[in-house]
Each structure stands twice: as structure tokens, then as C-alpha cells.
Design a protein around this ligand. Sequence first.
Ligand code: LRH
Ligand code: MN
Length: 385
Amino acid sequence: MTDVKRSLAAQRIETPSWAFGNSGTRFKVFAQAGVPRSPEEKIADAAVVHQFTGVAPTVALHIPWDKVADYAALSAYAQEKGIKLGAINANVFQDDDYKLGSVTNPDPGVRRKATDHMLECVDIMDATGSRDLKLWFSDGINYPGQDDLRNRQDRLHAALREAYDRLTGNQRLLLEYKLFEPAFYATDVPDWGTSYAHCIELGERATVCIDTGHHAPGTNIEFIVAFLLRQNKLGAFDFNSRFYADDDLMAGAADPFQLFRIMYEIVRGDALDPAYGINFMLDQCHNIEAKIPAIIRSVMNVQEATAKALLVDRDALTKAQNDGDVLEANAVIMDAYNTDVRPLLGEVRADAGLDPDPIAAYKRSGYQEKIVAERVGGEQAGWGA
Ligand code: LRH
Ligand code: MN
């Protein structure tokens, strides 16, 4: 097996439990038949994505969307299905108390509540064996003067410190940033620099999570990747794609070239191997398309971007770069990007005993029809229709 095939076979992509549930926009949520009604059914769907792709053996949970009485039992259920529970996402953005912020709220009681939720999420990690506590804060303000920007940073860091000091074993804290929304004037963790600075101040267990939909239009995300790798502070990705804002579309759908450029910096940084420790997650919402095939397609899009990145002729590139041969250097990169890697990935899947075409195999499996027939009644997971 070639090195490229070996790297592709070893690739690991984590799916998001919430992408299997109903989702939408403020205008409308289009409920879909067959959508899970419980964390167990979300896990069953995530296991099907792994069954057909072979590279998605973990599923991230979101609390309280995936709240259960017994997380150890949920973890055992996932194992029965052939996957494991991954990152635990805290949710301090959906409670009435958090209107003026969660960990940054002027009210110390509200800050206490939000911090306790993060600590509860670490308790859950202890039960599920998860490594990553993923933190995204919707915290921010809508008008100049609404609150003191500096005080909010102090409050944020105090809460992060408490969560950080609660971590044990191999546990890590992933701090995700987002430019705007739901806050529309200032967001308390708006960009990679703010996340990076808090992570350095916290310590080595704290790393940055890059959600590809959370940047200003035109942001060079692969530069952020290269920089954070150099600083050993890149912990995870939330892959998705967008044409405008935080659209949460399928990874690679809107801008496959950007995903390739990002994965090239990962390959160039020797950071693809799971042993390096980056958690490559998807974070998407499938508002109008069938959810399981959309997630399978997204996994395949990440694989294709990765395969192209692995095919970059590094020696030719280095030579052209050192020679100052701009056109040749760009041509080397574009040769890899313009390579049809689907046959190669088909071989990697076949070598693993999988169907070369996961989407076709999923359609033939009848699983979609099965869940539509079985999942009748009960409350569907996700956003209310
Ligand atoms: C915020 C975000 C975050 C999750 C949520 C589902 O926009 O990207 O990663 O908590 O989506
Ligand atoms: Mn995200």
C-alpha cells in the first residue's frame, strides 16, 4: 500500500449528532421523515456513516440536545454500533438567562450557571471517555456601550480557567471562535487570535477550534491553519462550507479548492495522522437535503481534498518556491488539485472491504426507507418544525 493510501485509510472524521436532527433557518425548519428521536437513534445514523465510509468512527455530542440519564450506557450503545462518542459540546447559548451573555454576563449568578454547565460537560466526558470539551460562546453585544469589552474578556477567561482546571487525563479544551451571530456588534471570541490568546494563557490542554464557516468573507483560513500548527495550538476543525455567512453547508460543497488548501497545510504540517491529535469534525445542518447521504458526501469531500493534498509533488514545489518560480510553484499545487482522486479513494475503500461508492451503497442498503418506516411518532430531534 502506498503512503498516500495508508494516510487516507488512517484518516478519521468525526460526525456531529445534531446534523442528523431537524434544522433550518429563522424562516423555516423543514422536518424530514425518519429523523432521529433520541441520542441513540442519532448514534445509529452516525454508525451507518462509518459503516459506508470506514473513516467516521466517532460522533460528537451536544449537551443538552443529547442529554441522557446514563452516559456510560450511551457510550456502550455506541460501541455496540461500532463507533465511539467524541467531543462533548457545551451549550450556553439557548437559555433565557443567557440573553446578555453566558460566561461574560454582567450577572455573576448567570456566569456561575454557565460555568457549572461546562463543568457538567467534563463530568460527562469522564463517563463517555471523551477527550475533547468543545466550547463555543454566542456571547457578544449588539450596540456600542451595551457592556464593557474588557470586563467581558476577564469574565470569559475566569470561566475558561475553571473549566480548564477541571480537565484530567488526556482531556482537552477546544475554544471555537466565530466572527458574528447571534451578536451583531461585538462577539467575545470573534476570531482565531482571541481564541489563541486565551488558549496560551490557559495552558497546553487548550487549543483552537477552526469552524470554516466562522470567518469574514475572503479570510485566508489556510494561513490560520499554518500559523496555529506552527504554534502547536490547532486542536480541531468544524468543517462545513458557505457562500455567504455561517451557512453550515456540506464541507467542500461551496469551496472545494479552499478545503484542499486547508488540507494541504495539514499535510505539509505532518498533522493528518490521528496520532498528531487534531480532531477533524463536521459541523453542518442539512436543512433541505437528506441528512445521512449528505454527511456521507461531506466525509467523501474531506477525503477527496485530503487525497489531492497528499498528491502534491512536495519536492517540485519546494524547488519552484526556492527558485522563485511563481508560475511553476502554483502549477504544482494546481496539478494536485486538478487530479481526479475518486478512483484512488475507491481503491482505498475496496482495500478496506467497503464499496468504492459509499453513496450508492447506502442507497442500496434500504436504511433510509427503514428509518422512515420505523421512526413514526415521538418527538423528532433538532429544531422545532
Ligand atoms: C456555532 C456552532 C458551534 C456549535 C453549533 C451547533 O455556530 O458552529 O460549533 O455548537 O454550531
Ligand atoms: Mn461549529
